[in-house]
Design a protein around this ligand. Structure first.
Ligand code: URA
Length: 438
């Protein structure tokens, strides 16, 4: 078999066989297939796509390219939630403790952020002492003891994705449905959860900008999961503005605490409750039920609201932070967290309603303030980021503060302010924002 022929076949729109896909994945991981041939294939897939069978074969070949985690020591159903990447998405920090406080077993492996999209591990790293490095034994023990863990992807989990994602990132081939679906689902399959809820983002801050593409991605991923014996449910959710009111790392952790206190922003809270409901219903806590059952939904919502109102969910969050070496005193005293050297309030340039937001650009602004990485080697400033006070559909008066920027780099503030303001459109006519769950 020759890599040249595989590239040529895909370039002409042919469907690759299982053997051809396995040949590529194995050869790329062991180094016998060079980056230039792999990138040519990625681009051919970007243009010509892959059918369902090819996408499933690619996913499985990737999932088996390294370690497959065995979670069988953990009794019961293991649940996981994955988002396709958005701006201000701190749902994992909220959902994990909610579910664990109700008795579910949450097994989560998260990533670091690159570019506009933040990563949960970077957010957790802003907590003093917190460690996302877990051995397999620690990972399993923590789930058995407290019901929730969130660790950085271990060294040899899906090495094919590590190489392919890094290559796609620099060859403009990230936004391809079969490539995103196989990248995400290979990691989900290798990391062992039985029940997976996917949050497929759609809008100006997402890979999938329109509903139809988001739906195709959601369908591709649920089909792969089900073919491999996992229970998968996908939501398509709005990403036309940052989720909640904070974008960055420590600011997002603090916003997660607000939601767990029952004082969170409305749309963020709604999304967290709905994703938690789905996972709770499909877990053994509620008898591995059907999310479409109205009665179960009602019951699950009551349980979730109760665990938040009673303080149990927040207590579970503190337990989770401590279990991973973190100092949970920031929950009572946010000043324990690193503070930024500079901040700047952003004033609305005119009267009107916020009608449009380029959410990716807001993510880019957070990134240049220091909250994200432009290259993999960049260091994150945990205190950098943005707090937004105005959401789409809100009215602003000229001079009213819309947001505050935080950074240690004073020299970047003028550019950041300009780009933040350019990311929003203000109009005299009000446009109602769409629902958070599409
Ligand atoms: N997240 C992933 O893990 N992979 C992709 O390809 C896109 C988002």
């Amino acid at each position: 078999m020759r890599m040249y022929d595989i590239i040529d076949k895909k370039k002409r729109g042919g469907a690759l066989t299982k053997e051809e896909i396995e040949f590529f994945v194995k050869g790329y991981v062991d180094g016998s297939i060079p980056d230039y041939q792999a990138s040519a294939l990625m681009m051919a897939i970007w243009y010509k796509g892959m059918d369902k069978r090819e996408t499933a074969d690619l996913t499985l070949a990737m999932a088996h390219s390294g370690d497959m985690i065995d979670l069988s020591e953990i009794p019961g159903v293991k649940v996981d939630k994955h988002s396709t990447g958005g701006i201000g998405d701190k749902t994992t920090l909220i959902i994990g403790p909610i579910l664990a406080s109700l008795g579910a077993k949450v097994v989560k492996m998260s990533g670091r952020g690159l570019g506009a999209t933040g990563g949960t591990i970077d957010k957790l790293d802003s907590i003093p002492g917190f460690s996302s490095e877990r051995t397999d034994e620690d990972f399993i023990r923590q789930v058995i003891e407290i019901g929730v863990v969130d660790a950085a992807q271990s060294g040899n989990l899906v090495p094919a994705d590590k190489k392919m994602y890094a290559l796609r990132d620099v060859t403009a081939t990230v936004d391809s449905i079969p490539l995103i679906a196989s990248s995400i689902m290979s990691k989900k399959l290798a990391s062992g959860a039985d029940v997976i809820v996917l949050d497929v983002k759609c809008g100006t801050g997402a890979f999938m900008q329109d509903y139809e593409s988001a739906k195709s991605l959601a369908e591709a991923m649920t089909e792969i999961g089900e073919m491999c014996g996992r229970k998968v449910y996908a939501f398509i959710t709005d990403m036309n503005e940052p989720l909640g009111r904070a974008v960055g790392n420590s600011v997002e952790v603090l916003e997660a605490v607000e939601v767990l206190r029952g004082q969170g922003e409305e749309r963020l809270t709604k999304l967290c409750i709905e994703l938690s409901k789905c996972l709770l219903i499909m877990s053994d806590v509620m008898g591995c039920g059907d999310y479409n059952d109205e009665n179960l939904r009602k019951k699950a919502e009551e349980m979730i609201r109760e665990t938040i109102a009673s303080g149990k969910a927040l207590e579970k969050f503190r337990e989770f932070v401590r279990a991973q070496g973190g100092d949970d005193s920031f929950v009572d005293d946010p000043l324990v967290l690193k503070q930024p050297l500079y901040s700047r309030d952003i004033a609305a340039p005119k009267d009107g309603y916020l009608t449009r937001c380029n959410a990716s650009e807001v993510g880019n602004v957070s990134c240049i303030l220091g909250a994200g990485r432009i290259t993999k080697e960049d260091k994150i400033d945990s205190s950098a980021g943005i707090r937004v006070y105005k959401k789409l559909g809100d009215h602003v008066d000229t001079g009213e503060v819309m947001a505050t920027l935080y950074t240690d780099k004073e020299s970047i503030l003028d550019e950041a302010e300009k780009r933040f303001l350019n990311a929003y459109e203000i109009d005299i006519n009000k446009t109602e924002p769409g629902p958070v769950i599409l």
